[in-house]
Design a protein around this ligand. Structure first.
Ligand code: PLP
Length: 381
């Protein structure tokens, strides 16, 4: 009875699904699977945030909110963005159920059939799907030969973009590489965006998880305020994946357009969750620092362990991922890793980076050591 849309046929189910299905099968069969495939912190949401959510429920904050979000949260977000050097106001913010929804709204607001969207590979899986759903045509620049950094790839980016480019997606710190792009790299992006008059999404969702570097917010650079859409969210920084809370920031004019998509789809983000979001932004610096420091120790541990086994990893200064170089057939490697070693990782191909496996180090040091031991004893390293 279903005559599926041409649009839905353009996208595949998430490539990470195959691995999580295999992992689930193995777990059900009694295997002790070490899951390094997950994109979520392994910490509890900070207690005061949970309390704020409960208090909001008790106070009856259970109805719809204004579509773009409660004023207190939009103001707290604007304040936070001003700390990033972005001249933000509350009216330039849409609060969304997760950063993903913010991205979806941006693609839907900007992309017509045939519009060119430029991605920097390896790129997070959903950018491609969202661009295709909106009708966009993809162009790509591969950062893998450059140690996953953008600065040495600026010449290649300059060759790819043109006056026909509609949108470039920048994600720093990056999922899946952990790379944090230098200010010079982002200035290079700015120069190209201004020259060719295109818009840029700056996905800064891993911004609070960095190691010894200060990430630059693209919209803070001269010339970028009115062509950057910044997205961010609460999932990673505050370990709030299941709460579903994120936001976009852009010009008020853009927010007016995207707000139509927002109000006609989700109406608003969950009311009491928005109240908890204010607490997360304002009162969790210590908890965020604890999680950040734990990730840094785990990253350093993994790099040492891989190094002991002669594997050199282009490790980034942010997020909680690294790309492990594996066989050319990374799908087969990841299947073997789960079937033989009971270690789950995501094939690099999912991010348009064949020859790598993405390791998430949102796991305890004990489990990380055990994972490396298992890979070694099964000749996978
Ligand atoms: N952007 C990147 C790069 C991500 O890795 C994720 C989550 O995995 C998101 C955005 C969306 O996160 P959420 O919708 O949970 O805010």
């Amino acid at each position: 009875p279903y005559d599926y849309s041409e649009r839905i046929g353009r996208v595949e189910p998430s490539a990470t699904l195959a691995i999580s299905n295999l992992a689930a099968e193995r777990k059900a069969a009694g295997a002790d699977v070490i899951d390094l495939s997950v994109g979520e912190p392994d910490f509890d949401t900070p207690e005061t945030v949970v309390e704020a959510g409960k208090a909001a429920l008790d106070a009856g904050h259970t109805g719809y909110t204004s579509s773009n979000g409660i004023p207190e949260l939009r103001e707290a977000i604007a304040e936070k963005l001003r700390g990033n050097g972005i001249d933000a106001t509350a009216d330039e913010v849409i609060v969304t159920p997760g950063g993903k929804q913010a991205l979806y709204e941006i693609f839907g607001t900007l992309i017509d059939d045939g519009d060119e969207v430029v991605l920097l590979d390896p790129a997070w899986v959903s950018y491609e799907a969202m661009a295709k759903l909106a009708g966009g045509t993809l162009s790509r620049v591969d950062l893998a030969p450059h140690g996953f950094q953008l600065e040495p790839a600026l010449d290649e980016l300059a060759e790819v973009v043109s006056d026909d480019t509609e949108l470039l997606v920048v994600n720093s710190p990056s999922n899946p590489t952990g790379a944090v792009f230098s200010e010079a790299a982002l200035e290079g992006v700015r120069d190209l965006a201004v020259e060719h008059d295109f818009a840029v999404i700056s996905d800064e969702i891993y911004e609070r998880i960095t190691y010894g570097v200060e990430p630059t917010s693209l919209a803070s650079l001269d010339g970028m305020a009115d062509r950057t859409i910044t997205i961010n969210g609460f999932s990673k920084a505050f370990s709030m994946t299941g709460w579903r809370l994120g936001y976009l920031h852009a010009t008020e004019e853009f927010v007016g357009q995207a707000g139509k998509l927002h109000s006609h789809s989700v109406s608003c983000a969950t009311n009491f969750v928005q109240h908890a979001g204010v607490e997360a932004l304002e009162n969790t610096d210590d908890e965020v620092e604890e999680m950040r420091a734990a990730f840094e120790e785990r990253r350093d541990l993994l790099v040492d362990l891989f190094d002991e086994h002669g594997v050199d990893v282009d490790v980034g200064d942010g997020a909680f991922y690294m790309m492990l170089p594996v066989d050319d057939d990374d799908q087969a490697w990841c299947t073997a890793a789960i079937e033989e070693a009971a270690v789950a990782c995501v094939p690099g191909s999912a991010f348009n980076a064949p020859g790598y496996a993405r390791i998430s180090y949102a796991a305890s040091e004990k489990r990380l050591r055990e994972a490396v031991d298992r890979l070694v004893s099964n000749d996978l390293l």
